[in-house]
Design a protein around this ligand. Structure first.
Ligand SMILES: NC(=O)c1ccc[n+]([C@@H]2O[C@H](COP(=O)([O-])OP(=O)(O)OC[C@H]3O[C@@H](n4cnc5c(N)ncnc54)[C@H](O)[C@@H]3O)[C@@H](O)[C@H]2O)c1
Length: 280
């Protein structure tokens, strides 16, 4: 059993904490927002109940999982974590400050991973005194159901940090694929342009259902680009596009008006009940 920290109790923090707890680890989840922590505890218990109901996973491991997760607003609780996965909002300045705090709080041997969708790992590593312990762990949503993880090796990431990350990914029952540190890594560099173009089709009058049904039915994708965007969270998609546009200096990564209008209206996708599709 390892003690593993998770920073950010949102969609990804909850799913990753569940994966860690089911794998037999002690997860310490930190968020600055008390209400987010309370919601996260409830959401994790609900997800575990559903998994039990559907017979998805080991019964004993699922049953004990909620008690293996500790929820706190105090980042100092991560002082003896062996590994930390940062999952806060996709804002470069915010993530940089979290890495600065983690560098101060955690022992020098603790490996620090970011679940960022697009921010270069080198940027986050530069905020620390030990850049060799920083790497990316791009786990997809919903974390308990995805089998493969992009493991991002920064220019300075040590073999020890990478090996520990791959071991933890394996313990969660997932395969890690190591990719180089470039904005958006592999998946989001490609996926975000698909979402932009799919949104452009909607602006041209094609329904979201038509776009997604074509991708699902003709190409065999499990979810079309707009349902995928709704699952990621449209606020998160907009933030990721902003990062990619800046990092790559490429205007193709501009959030289209139909997407910014949904975000402005608070329609973030699945988590709010409405996005490109209606989930209510
Ligand atoms: N949602 C997805 O599909 C998905 C997939 C892969 C990666 N990601 C990435 O994972 C990260 C988190 O995404 P999410 O969808 O879980 O976001 P979210 O908005 O659901 O949750 C973010 C959480 O971070 C917390 N937070 C903000 N500042 C903090 C701080 N200083 N310390 C501690 N907690 C803080 C917020 O209170 C919130 O609970 C982002 O970088 C995102 O790009 C998301």
């Amino acid at each position: 059993m390892r003690s593993i920290g998770v920073v950010g109790a949102g969609t990804m923090g909850i799913g990753i904490a569940q994966c860690l707890a089911v794998a037999g680890h002690h997860a310490v989840v930190v968020d600055t927002d008390d209400a987010a922590l309370a919601r996260a505890d409830t959401a994790l218990r609900q997800a575990v109940r559903l998994a039990l109901l559907l017979g998805r996973g080991d019964r004993a491991a699922l049953t004990r999982a909620p008690e293996s997760v500790e929820w706190t607003t105090d980042i100092a609780a991560l002082h003896d974590a062996e590994f930390v996965i940062e999952c806060v909002t996709e804002e470069p300045g915010l993530k940089t400050s979290v890495f600065r705090d983690l560098d101060r709080v955690c022992g020098a041997a603790t490996a620090l991973a970011s679940c960022t969708s697009a921010i270069p790992i080198g940027r986050l590593a530069a905020a620390t005194a030990h850049p060799e312990r920083v790497l990316g762990l791009h786990i997809m949503n919903p974390a308990p159901l995805t089998g493969t993880v992009e493991v991002v090796r920064g220019a300075q990431t040590s073999a020890a940090a990478l090996d520990l990350a791959l071991a933890v990914v394996g313990e969660m029952g997932k395969d890690g694929i190591v990719v180089p540190d470039r904005p958006g890594f592999v998946i989001n560099r490609v996926l975000m342009l698909s979402i932009v173009e799919a949104a452009a089709a909607v602006a041209d009058g094609v329904s979201a259902a038509t776009v997604d049904t074509l991708f699902e039915g003709c190409l065999g994708h499990a979810t079309g680009p707009l349902r995928t965007a709704d699952l990621i969270g449209l606020d998160n998609v907009a933030d990721t596009l902003t990062v990619l546009r800046t990092e790559l200096n490429d205007d193709r990564y501009t959030a289209p008006p139909v997407l910014t209008a949904l975000v402005a209206a608070g329609q973030y996708g699945r988590k709010t009940g409405q996005g490109f599709h209606d989930y209510r």
